[in-house]
Design a binder for this molecule. Structure first.
Ligand code: SF4
Length: 642
C-alpha cells in the first residue's frame, strides 16, 4: 500500500511553531501502535495537528479515528478542521450527538433526560411501530442509504444532517450512525468511551473492534474527573420512597414490602451515622445497608440478589408500560434494583468508597477512586493520544490514568512573555487558619483596584463558593458596580441554559464598558469556556482551590498512596487543585497574540513546590506584589490598551 504523508492532510499554507514536530510524533506513535500524552499550549493548533498526524496511517490501514472531546463547541471545531482537510485530501467525518438531541419523536424529546432511558424508549417505539421516522427508514431504504453516502463525501455538522433528515422525515440519529459506520473520523463526547455500559453498546452498534480504533482524547486534563464521575453512582432515599409507591401502584406487594423494610433499615442507619447536621458524608460498611431487611425477612444473600434482579425486570416492564401510556418512561423500582445490584457487586473492592451522604437529600453513594479503570480498553486499541494545554506534570497524568506504552511530550509556551503579566499578592491567602473578614476585605481591595485598571472584562475566580461568599460579605458587589462595570455572579446549581445566558451577557459587555464575572475555580466558567479578546482581559484568582478534607478526598489520597507510594497526597489533593488554578488562569489567552493579566491572591502560589506544577508561561516572570505594586504593574501593562 502506498504510504501517505501527514502533510497531505495539513490543509493550511503555513505551519505554526513546533506543529510539524507534533504531527511527526503522532504519525510515528500510531504507526508503532503506541500511545502519546502531549501537552501543547493554547493557540498551538492541536486539533489540526493531531488529525494530520493520525490520518495517513488510519487511511492506509482502514483504522477508525475516534476523536473525543468534552463540549459541543470543541466537537464542532473538529468538524470544521475535517472540512478544511477534505478540501485537500478526501476524508469523511461525522459528529455524534445524543438521541435526545437528534431524535424527531416528540415523546422521546420531551420525556427522556439520560442516554440509557432514551435508548430504551427508542427501542420500544421502534418495536411497537410507533416511530414514523423509523418506519420511513425501512420503507425508503434506498433513499436512506443514498443520503448516508452523500454525507460521507463531506464532513458535516449535526445540524446539517438533522435538517436533511427532517426534510426527508428520516431518523437523524439513525442516519448519523449510518454515516458513522463508514466515516474515517467519528467525533463524540468522552462518555461514549469512559462509561463502560455506553462504550460496549456504542462499539457493538457500529460493528467496531477495539483493535481497529485510534482514539484521541482532547482537553485530556478533564479525564480523571470525568472518569471518576462516569464510574460513580448515587441513590437517594427519595427514590426508594418513590419506588415503594410505584410498587403499590403496580400491585408488586412483595417488592413494596421488601423496599419498605429496606427503607426503614436505611433510616435507622442514617440516624446512627449522620445524626449531626455538621457531618455531610460518612463512609459505611456496605453490607450494613442490607442487614435490617435480611434480619426482618429472614432471607439470605441469594434471595436478596434474586429480589434485586426481579426489581430490574419489573422496572423494564414498567418503563415499557409507561411508554405505551405516553407517560415519562421511568421506573423507580428498576433504578433502585440496578443501583443496589451494583452496590452489592462492588463489595470488597478497594477502588470504591461506600458513602452515606446528605448532599441533595439523604443518599447512598458509590464513589470510584481509580480513574484508570475507565480506560482499561486502551491496551486493546491501536493507539490512544491524550492532549491538552494543561497536563503538567505529564508523569502524574500517565500514572493516574494508567496509560502504558506512552510517549510523553511537552511543547513550549506560545504566549509571548510580554503578553502575560502574572502577579501574586504577598499578604493574603485562603489558608484555613487565615480566613477572616479582614483578609476578605484586603482581597476585595485588590479586586476593586485591579478591575478599575484592567480594560474591559475581568474574571474573579475563587477557591470555593465559601470564599466567594466571604468576599461578597465585604460589600464587594457594590464597590465593583461603582467602577462602572456590570457585575455577574455565577450561581451554584444554575441550569446550563441560565448560566450560558449569563455568560453571553457578560461577554457582550466587552464591547461597552466591560464587566466582572465572579465564579469559582474548577467551575464551568473558569474551565472549558472560551473568552476571546476583551471578553476576558484579566483574571483574579482568589486562593488555591484545595478540596475540603472530606472522607472521599481522604479515601482518594489513601488509595493513590497505596498505588503510588509517597505520591498519594500529591496526586489526590494538591495536583487537582493546581490544575484548576492553571485552567482558570488560562482564560485570558485564547491565542498567542492576546494580552492578559493574572493576579493570584494567595502568597502560596510563590512556593516552589506549587509553582512547579504551573506551565512555563505562568511560572516564569511571576512577581510578588502588595496592593501598591499591583496597581503599578497593571497600569504599566495595560497603559496603551485603554
Ligand atoms: S428511531 Fe429515531 S426518531 Fe424514532 S424514536 Fe428512535 S431516535 Fe427518535
Amino acid at each position: 500500500m502506498e504510504r501517505r504523508e501527514p502533510m497531505e492532510y495539513f490543509p493550511y499554507e503555513n505551519l505554526r511553531a513546533h506543529q510539524e514536530e507534533f504531527i511527526r510524533i503522532v504519525d510515528d506513535v500510531v504507526r508503532n501502535g503506541e500511545n502519546a500524552i502531549i501537552e501543547a499550549p493554547t493557540g498551538f493548533g492541536k486539533t489540526i495537528s493531531v488529525l494530520a498526524g493520525v490520518l495517513p496511517h488510519a487511511k492506509e490501514m482502514g483504522y477508525k479515528v475516534l476523536y473525543l472531546a468534552r463540549t459541543h463547541r470543541q466537537m464542532d471545531r473538529v468538524i470544521e478542521e475535517l472540512k478544511a482537510i477534505n478540501g485537500k485530501s478526501p476524508v469523511s467525518g461525522v459528529e455524534l450527538r445524543s438521541r435526545k438531541e437528534l431524535c424527531l419523536h416528540n415523546y422521546l424529546r420531551e420525556y427522556t433526560s439520560d442516554a440509557y432511558t432514551a435508548m430504551v424508549v427508542c427501542k420500544n417505539l421502534k418495536k411497537s411501530g410507533k416511530c414514523p421516522f423509523y418506519e420511513n427508514e425501512k420503507k425508503k431504504k434506498e433513499e436512506f442509504e443514498e443520503v448516508a453516502r452523500f454525507f460521507l463525501r463531506e464532513p458535516s455538522h449535526p445540524s446539517e444532517i438533522l435538517n436533511y433528515a427532517e426534510t426527508l422525515e428520516l431518523c437523524p440519529y439513525d442516519l448519523t450512525r449510518k454515516v458513522a459506520e463508514g466515516a474515517d473520523v467519528i467525533v463524540a463526547s468522552y462518555l461514549y468511551m469512559i462509561s463502560p455500559g455506553i462504550r460496549e453498546a456504542f462499539l457493538d452498534g457500529l460493528g467496531i473492534q477495539y483493535e481497529d480504533l485510534i482514539v484521541i482524547f482532547d482537553e485530556a486534563h478533564n479525564l480523571p474527573d470525568q472518569a471518576i464521575s462516569a464510574l460513580s453512582d448515587r441513590l437517594s432515599i427519595h427514590t426508594i420512597n418513590r419506588a415503594i409507591k410505584e410498587a403499590d401502584e403496580y400491585g408488586e406487594n412483595e417488592i413494596a414490602n421488601f423496599l419498605s423494610i429496606l427503607g426503614r433499615g436505611l433510616e435507622i442507619l442514617f440516624q446512627e451515622k449522620l445524626s449531626s447536621r455538621d457531618v455531610q458524608e460518612t463512609p459505611i460498611q456496605p453490607e450494613l445497608v442490607f442487614s435490617h431487611v435480611l434480619n426482618v425477612l429472614g432471607i439470605n444473600a441469594r434471595y436478596l440478589v434474586k429480589t434485586l434482579n426481579e426489581m430490574v425486570s419489573v422496572g423494564d416492564a414498567i418503563r415499557e408500560d409507561r411508554i405505551n401510556k405516553n407517560e415519562p418512561p421511568r421506573s423507580y423500582i428498576g433504578r433502585t434494583g440496578e443501583f443496589l445490584l451494583l452496590w452489592l457487586s462492588l463489595i470488597g473492592r478497594d477502588d470504591y468508597l461506600f458513602l452515606m451522604t446528605r448532599d441533595k437529600g439523604l443518599s447512598l453513594e458509590l464513589v470510584a477512586l481509580d480513574p484508570s479503570k475507565a480506560l482499561g480498553f486502551i491496551k486493546d486499541v491501536q493507539s490512544a493520544i491524550f492532549m491538552s494545554g494543561t497536563l503538567t506534570p505529564l508523569e502524574a497524568f500517565h500514572d493516574v490514568m494508567g496509560i502504558d506504552n506512552a510517549r510523553l511530550k511537552k511543547f513550549p509556551r506560545m504566549i509571548k512573555r510580554e503578553n502575560a503579566l502574572v502577579l501574586v499578592a504577598k499578604d493574603v491567602s485562603t489558608r484555613g487558619a487565615e480566613r477572616s473578614l479582614e483578609v476578605y476585605r484586603k482581597m476585595a481591595d485588590y479586586i476593586v483596584e485591579a478591575v478599575k485598571i484592567i480594560p474591559k472584562n475581568v474574571g474573579v475566580f475563587t477557591a470555593s463558593y465559601e470564599v466567594l461568599q466571604g468576599l461578597l460579605s465585604t460589600n464587594l458587589q457594590v464597590r465593583l458596580e461603582e467602577t462602572g462595570k456590570a457585575v455577574f455572579i455565577e450561581k451554584q446549581g444554575a441550569s446550563s441554559k441560565e448560566n450560558d445566558l449569563m455568560v453571553a451577557q457578560f461577554k457582550a459587555h466587552a464591547k461597552a464598558n466591560g464587566a466582572v464575572l465572579l465564579g469559582v475555580m474548577g467551575g464551568r466558567n473558569s474551565e472549558g469556556q472560551d473568552y476571546s479578546g476583551d471578553e476576558m482581559n484579566g483574571v483574579l484568582l482568589v486562593g488555591l482551590p484545595y478540596a475540603r478534607p472530606t472522607p472521599r478526598i481522604e479515601a482518594q489520597v489513601r488509595y493513590f498512596e497505596k498505588k503510588f507510594p509517597g505520591k498519594g497526597r500529591y496526586y489526590g489533593y494538591y495536583l487537582p487543585a493546581h490544575r484548576k488554578l492553571v485552567q482558570a488562569a488560562g482564560r485570558v489567552h485564547r491565542s498567542a497574540e492576546e494580552r492578559g493579566s493574572i493576579v493570584i491572591l494567595d502568597y502560596r502560589a510563590m512556593w516552589s513546590n506549587i509553582r512547579k506544577d504551573f506551565p512555563d508561561w505562568l511560572r516564569e516572570g511571576i512577581k510578588p506584589v502588595d496592593l501598591a505594586r499591583m496597581r503599578l504593574y497593571l497600569r504599566r501593562f495595560w497603559a496603551n490598551e485603554r
